[in-house]
Design a protein around this ligand. Structure first.
Ligand code: 9MR
Length: 450
């Protein structure tokens, strides 16, 4: 206790000295935070969207989804398997909820998806159908679902993932039963059911110029020649850190030159876990590259991220050991990728934490416990309040904190300043500490400030 007191008074003395320094020189004002992404995107007439899960649209998740994005895509709620799990028995609850939420928040909705080889109901995939029956099923499904939301959706991903990597057609229920014309049939049915919705074909690994995107290009060109309704192509953009194709803008441009809209529909950029600041910095550069490519082409309508928080992303389940693919961490703290998106949309990129860093260190450690310390230091900026977050990687648990108020939910920790130490002056720092428990290993987590 005694040594803690001594430490505290030394820290406040240091702060006082630093503040005196700031008074003697010119103290820079704290930067103003950027406006929400959707305001920046609106000013550029671009979409900035996110996939959402209906059940999560409350609390912090709902606040961010409503505040930051001008478009929502239901991640799963509009898929055939979700809306008609049993033949003739429909469940529209989540899809309706998302559309209602979007309307209440002045957001567009992108319908996803009508014709796909995946997430179909068992009764459909296990059935034996003549081509006439399949054709009827397809038309009825589209008429019903598109008709239900007629006039309320900006766009539909009518056909999803029709191609193999080499540009040949994927052998699916639809292709095998109806031939390649299932695509024209679906687009025609969708246009009839909602003439106002923009109709898309959507696929992955078609972001750069390659065999698959060229097959998509040739398809949409032939649909146009035949007078089949097609308004745009969706480039999903499930990417890997450091591997954004160099030809994204060129590829967007060639579709735009056909008179089509182009949307980046499912952007996420995954990395091998754990995240660290080098990977997060590279990820920000990658997000920026994709955003810039879209911003540069007038007919690129915008970018939708496939989940805005790492706590609502498909990546960890599908690619074990990978993740951290979205612009917000699991704790809803914006990552460098978030700021890259803002900057690409014309935001100043300034943030209150520019010039300030947080450093996590383990002080002492014994068989079941440890003492941790976090230092927030500013240089060229100042803070009037602060909040840091991290995710423990090995089951560590905070038992007690001082000079900050900390909460832990699962592995996610958030700590914010106490009433007396929110100010971090330019050239100064603030430190807080905590006791934690550990077992097995006690790795240092990546800490975010902001
Ligand atoms: O995000 C969706 C995830 O929750 C589902 O489990 C998964 C099943 O395939 O589908 C995910 O979304 C996919 C999207 O509908 C189409 N492109 C690929 C997406 C990621 O798999």
């Amino acid at each position: 206790m005694r040594s803690l007191r001594t430490g505290l008074s030394l820290a406040s003395l240091a702060t006082g000295v630093a503040m005196l320094g700031a008074l003697l020189f010119t103290a820079p004002a704290a930067h103003a935070a950027d406006p929400p992404l959707r305001d920046l995107a609106d000013a550029k007439s671009k979409v900035i969207g996110t996939a959402v899960t209906g059940s999560k649209l409350t609390g912090t998740y709902g606040e961010i989804a409503g505040r930051e994005f001008n478009s929502l895509t239901p991640g799963n709620a509009m898929k055939w398997g979700s809306v008609e799990p049993t033949r003739g028995s429909f469940n529209w609850a989540e899809a309706d909820q998302i559309v209602d939420f979007a309307e209440a928040h002045g957001q567009q909705v992108r319908g996803h998806t009508l014709v796909w080889h995946s997430q179909n109901p068992g009764w459909l995939t296990n059935g034996t159908w003549t081509s006439a029956q399949l054709s009827q099923l397809l038309n009825d499904h589209i008429a019903l679902e598109v008709g239900r939301y007629k006039g309320r959706l900006a766009a539909w991903d009518v056909v999803n993932e029709p191609f193999n990597e080499d540009g040949t057609y994927r052998q699916t229920l639809w292709y095998n039963g109806l031939g390649v014309d299932y695509i024209a049939q679906a687009l025609t049915a969708a246009r009839a059911a909602d003439p106002a919705a923009r109709l898309y074909i959507n696929d992955y690994n078609v972001e750069g110029v390659n065999a698959k995107s060229t097959a998509l290009y040739n398809l949409v060109r032939s649909l146009q020649e035949r007078g089949v309704p097609i308004d745009g192509v969706g480039l999903q953009a499930h990417l890997i850190v450091g591997q954004v194709p160099s030809s994204v803008q060129q590829n967007i441009q060639r579709f735009a030159d056909l008179g089509l809209d182009v949307a980046i529909t499912e952007l996420d950029i995954r990395m091998q876990l754990p995240a660290d600041s080098a990977k997060l910095t590279q990820q920000a550069a990658d997000y920026r590259a994709v955003m810039n490519a879209c911003v540069a082409v007038a007919r690129c309508t915008g970018v939708t991220v496939w989940g805005f928080t790492d706590s609502d992303s498909w990546i960890p389940d599908t690619f074990p050991g990978q993740g951290a693919a979205t612009p917000y961490d699991e704790n809803y703290a914006p990552k460098p990728a978030y700021h890259a998106i803002a900057e690409s949309l014309g935001g100043g990129g300034s943030r209150p934490t520019d010039g300030c860093t947080a450093t996590y260190s383990v002080g002492s450690q014994w068989n079941t416990g440890f003492t941790g310390q976090v230092r927030i230091a500013c240089s060229g900026a100042a803070l009037s309040s602060w909040k840091v977050g991290w995710t423990f990687g090995a089951g560590q648990q905070i038992t007690q904190a001082w000079n900050a108020s900390c909460t832990q939910s699962g592995a996610a920790v958030t700590c914010s300043n106490a009433s007396y130490n929110g100010t971090v002056p330019d050239g100064g720092s603030v430190t807080f500490g905590f006791n934690g428990s550990w077992s097995g290993s006690n790795p240092v987590p990546t800490i975010t400030l902001g």
